[in-house]
Design a protein around this ligand. Structure first.
Ligand code: URA
Length: 209
């Protein structure tokens, strides 16, 4: 599948299986989502550019590599995306966090933005949009469009589980956006839930069921 990178690291896969299990309670679910997000942040940032600077160790002066000033932004799609933010910030504490909230218009079925607060300099940032479930792709496509409309040019999308339908939909509309997932599942069911999936990520994160 084009533009989707499946992160098959054993730790990610092990933790994802625990996340999927319906007997995993809210507290553990939240911790596991944070841990998997942190591991995914490690993989997603693999190609960040480095530059060499001069530092002084207790022994001598030397050249050392540091991140080359590329600024990052994490953009969770409300509300389930919030569960992934802390894991990313654990590894990327200097990243700014924007938020985007969408609901589906009951008549047109189109996603409508009800909240959007982004870093002011998004055109200079590499933005990582996070949402645990890429199902139909409707929210992801809309969120990416809203962010592009405000000037962002460098966007990645990170989810825990993707459906093939969602990957295809995002790729068709945003072929420049790479998708990172811990798993691509079989399909969507009639209620647009991912099968086998993990259920409703927002409800499981926030104990609202
Ligand atoms: N959103 C979820 O939380 N779960 C799904 O399976 C699909 C969309």
């Amino acid at each position: 599948m084009k533009n989707v990178f499946v992160m098959d690291h054993p730790l990610i896969q092990h933790k994802l299986s625990l996340i999927r299990d319906k007997n995993t309670g809210t507290k553990e679910f939240k911790e596991l989502v944070r841990e998997v997000s942190m591991l995914m942040a490690y993989e997603v940032t693999r190609n960040l550019p480095l530059e060499e600077i001069e530092i002084e160790t207790p022994v001598c002066k030397t050249k050392a590599k540091v991140l080359a000033g590329r600024k990052l932004g994490i953009v969770p799609i409300l509300r389930a995306g919030l569960g992934m933010v802390d894991g990313f910030l654990n590894l990327l504490p200097a990243a700014k966090v924007g938020h985007i909230g969408l609901y589906r218009d009951p008549e047109t079925l189109e996603p409508v933005e009800y909240y959007c607060k982004l870093p002011t300099d998004i055109e200079e940032r590499e933005l990582i949009v996070v949402d645990p479930m890429l199902a139909t792709g409707g929210s992801a496509k809309a969120a990416i469009k809203f962010i592009k409309d405000r000037g962002a040019t460098n966007i990645k999308f990170v989810c825990l589980i993707a459906a093939p339908e969602g990957v295809e939909a995002v790729h068709r509309e945003h072929p420049d956006v790479d998708i990172y997932a811990a798993a691509v599942d079989e399909r969507l069911n009639d209620h647009a839930y991912i099968v086998p999936g993990l259920g409703d990520a927002g409800d499981r994160l926030f104990g609202t069921k």
